[in-house]
Design a protein around this ligand. Sequence first.
Ligand code: ADP
Ligand code: MG
Length: 577
Amino acid sequence: MTKTLKRLAGYYKPYKGLFFSDMFFAILGAGITLVIPLLVRYITSTVVYLPSDKSTDMIVKLGIFMIVLVLIEAFCNFYIAYYGHIMGASIERDMRNEIFSHYQKLSFAFYDNQKVGHLLSRITADLFDISELLHHGPEDLVISIIKFVGAFGILMFINVRLALAAFLFIPFLILYAVYFNKKMKRAFRENRARIADINTQIEDSLSGIRVVKSFANEKVEMKKFRQGNERFVNSKKLSYKYMGTYNSGMGAFTTLITISVLLTGAFYLTKGEMPVEDLVTVLLYINNFTDPVKKLITFTEQFQNGYSGYSRFLEIMAVAPDIQDALDAEEVSDVKGAIDFENVSFAYEGTQEKVLSHVNLKVKAGEYVALVGSSGAGKTTLCSLIPRFYDVTEGRVLLDGEDIRELKLQSLRNQIGIVQQDVYLFAGTVMENIRYGKPDATDEEVIRAAKAANAHEFIMELEQGYDTDIGQRGVKLSGGQKQRLSIARVFLKNPPILIFDEATSALDNESEKIVQQSLENLAKDRTTFVIAHRLSTIRKAQRILVLTEDGIAEEGTHEELMKKNGIYSSLYKLSFA
Ligand code: ADP
Ligand code: MG
């Protein structure tokens, strides 16, 4: 725990100045709060008994002094509220940058096993809890301790009997506060879980709104939603009950303490054993020890939330990006594009079963090869080893004769263009989405790439051409149009190696023909791996590989494989049955 806290404290480093000035003003403010009642006591006990010309003079002077103190105290409060929050927000920004960069580096294997919503809440809710702790924690702790200890000492010094009359209730107040604070905390956690349920349901139902409507299940969705919404209100009711009990109880305790002090004071006053100014001063201090108790209890909660948030933050940060550059990794450029699989075996992380087992395959630079095989045979997996989305379990993958693990990851991936069935378009315009393939491309280059991908014409027919925003309107593009945008992206990237993974499988015959044409334009003079669902689209391949659980079972041109009357020919006949 101390190690974790030390590491957490390290985030203050760039903000040392802010931190110490924040602490300074916190201490100064707390000190002033403690001093003001003492001045009141001085006025009521001494000044008022001075000769009248002297006392008026003193009252004016002390009055001005107290006004100055109050102004300074107000400034202290402003300082810690303003700069304290700036410090908190800056640290939160630093941590957010840190975790986002870390997310960018983590590998496919990590994302295979994580929910995006879960990763999102690391960035939002957890970092908020941490920054609240980092910014309020130290100052709350210092202010509370100074105020409580200070008030206690001063009271004991002024009048022990009144001090004891006031402190009599403090243990009960603490017990009460701790008890209901725990209840409130549990209720708040329940609230948060219920609101998360609601959000998940909204997201799910709206993302799938087309499915909802096609099954005419609006009523079912509404019913489910109402139930979740009802559970939320019920959990709110409970937290309001505890909140009400807590606040009214704390108020009652403060009043009880006041009454206890008043009665004790009155008792000794009538006996003539106590000056009235003692009573006035003690009454003025009551808030100075009820407030810190409340604050300390909130602090423990803040600490728990912040600490557990930070532990989860560290958990994610501790996940090592398992695919990284080797120390002596080489930059690659001017690649010819020959790809060799040498005795490659592969199993996904956490599984024993090998998806690929002893695959040997030599692909010449510029060759156009097709991979076929039943669904789940490992075609996608085989291709994902080339850009090192995953590393081989056994064997080697070579690019122009060099083990790809010895190449700089970014330079390796720059050599490979991938067109998949699912196209992901980012928020932004058509122009920006194509430019994603080469961030420094000029408009002319983007347009040239769009033309090569047969996309220019339909883009020009969009209301705002290349400036059309796809973020919201991506839905309005047809599958074939989206696919051509993704092909334009790869044209712009201009890599020597291509992977088409079921790129046309989701398209109707009409757009398949256009997209197929775009893909063929793209494949010219590049090493190309084609995975196709419809075998008609790969007849032209120079070489067709049939992948089965036992590796590559058949290999040859379409004609050769048909003659062989093996797996390929039966797959082919099946697809036209
Ligand atoms: P294909 O593309 O030939 O249909 P895949 O390469 O997608 O086949 O899948 C091969 C096998 O690997 C399947 O049994 C599949 O369930 C499994 N698989 C695919 N992706 C993952 C993954 N990310 N984690 C674990 N297993 C996976
Ligand atoms: Mg696949």
